[in-house]
Ligand binder design. Structure first.
Ligand SMILES: [Zn+2]
Length: 213
């Protein structure tokens, strides 16, 4: 079974993808991971990627499609999760062509629906313990003692530089301009399934499982 996880930044696609990898033996194809892996793989595509990145150029759709093709031709395990690709309509068309040329199907596109205001509140209040990785939130999950990790007692709290409102709103705008048209595209193809991305993580897992089963 091959699926696409679709949703704005911060919707929890990565978290859900990791859960599917663990529980269903699926393979997560995240563009960033594939590019990093390709650089060290020694394959022909890997050398192309390394050259482009070393020159500071943008990685083209053709390169990403080439990397996905390599993955589709390898171990298929429980199927593939496309996470972060496609991001544009031309990429969606290219992926459809690739899948049909390799005899694979796209079984579902799962849209993780989130409300902007709630997303901004969720992302911008987030900080983590730099020692153990525990995730906290200004409003919903503060440590019992300010600045001290409940789990490990560490005092090294960290915030990601891009977890601020301006940066998130910019990434959301990108999503609405370039990626959200994919929702209509896959709806028209009868492949779109939507889940509430702001529900508890366990409930989102259940909703996705219901789609896949
Ligand atoms: Zn900690």
């Amino acid at each position: 079974m091959n699926i696409i996880l679709l949703g704005p930044p911060g919707a929890g696609k990565g978290t859900q993808a990791r859960h599917l990898v663990e529980t269903r033996n699926m393979i997560q194809l995240s563009t960033g991971d594939m590019l990093r892996e390709a650089r060290t793989s020694g394959t022909e595509m890997g050398r192309v990627v390394a050259n482009v990145m070393d020159r500071g150029e943008l990685v083209t759709d053709e390169i990403v499609i080439g990397l996905i093709r390599e993955k589709l031709e390898g171990d298929k395990a429980g199927g593939f999760i496309f996470d972060g690709f496609p991001r544009t309509l031309p990429q969606a068309d290219a992926l459809a062509d690739l899948l049909s040329s390799t005899g694979e199907t796209l079984d579902a596109v799962i849209e993780m629906q989130v409300d902007d205001a709630a997303l901004v509140a969720r992302i911008t209040g987030r900080f983590t313990c730099g020692d153990c990785g525990e995730v906290y939130h200004d409003v919903t999950h503060r440590p019992t003692v300010d600045g001290v990790c409940d789990k490990c007692g560490g005092t090294n709290m960290k915030r990601r530089a891009d977890d601020n409102e301006d940066s998130l709103r910019q990434r959301l705008m990108e999503y609405y301009k370039k990626t959200s048209p994919l929702i209509g595209y896959y709806y028209a193809k009868g492949q779109l399934r939507s889940v509430d991305g702001l529900a508890e993580i366990g409930d989102v897992q259940k909703a996705i499982a219901a789609v896949l089963d």
